[in-house]
Ligand binder design. Structure first.
Ligand SMILES: [Fe+2]
Ligand SMILES: [Fe+2]
Length: 139
């Protein structure tokens, strides 16, 4: 089990990608400080590729919460980029604790809701009260 808790959403594309990211993050615990910047870069690349696959998948299935989901992906990538600028104990804290928590939080909330929609547990109409107006519709 991943150090920050493996979560299976029941959507293979998401679960397999998330497991790869978990595996990379778990490697931080037995790695010397000098190797952490390269690991952070590898995690960032893996996460960026995962987000692209996940967004394409959700777009393909007309997921009604896509706009908000993509915005949250951008926030996470910005967090990862900021973390990658750190070194030593600061970067270790990011890699062992903060980044895994941010990713786990995204997977349990945003990805969990997307997975529920993909599995037919949530209907498109249920997103109407949750969705913020899209920029085009803001007068
Ligand atoms: Fe995801
Ligand atoms: Fe996501």
């Amino acid at each position: 089990m991943a150090a920050h808790g493996k979560i299976d959403l029941g959507v293979p594309l998401m679960d397999e990608d998330h497991a790869r990211i978990d595996e990379l993050l778990d490697a931080a615990r037995c790695m010397p400080d000098e190797d952490l910047p390269a690991l952070c870069a590898a995690v960032t690349m893996e996460v960026r590729e995962h987000f692209k696959r996940e967004e394409d998948f959700l777009r393909d299935r007309s997921f009604p919460g896509l706009f908000c989901h993509v915005a949250q992906h951008k926030v996470l990538l910005a967090d990862l980029t900021r973390a990658g600028a750190g070194r030593g104990a600061a970067l270790r804290r990011q890699m062992e604790s903060i980044i895994p928590q941010l990713i786990q939080s995204h997977v349990t909330t945003m990805d969990g809701m997307a997975a529920a929609f993909l599995k037919g547990e949530l209907q498109a109409s249920e997103f109407d009260i949750l969705r913020l107006p899209l920029p085009e519709s803001v007068g």
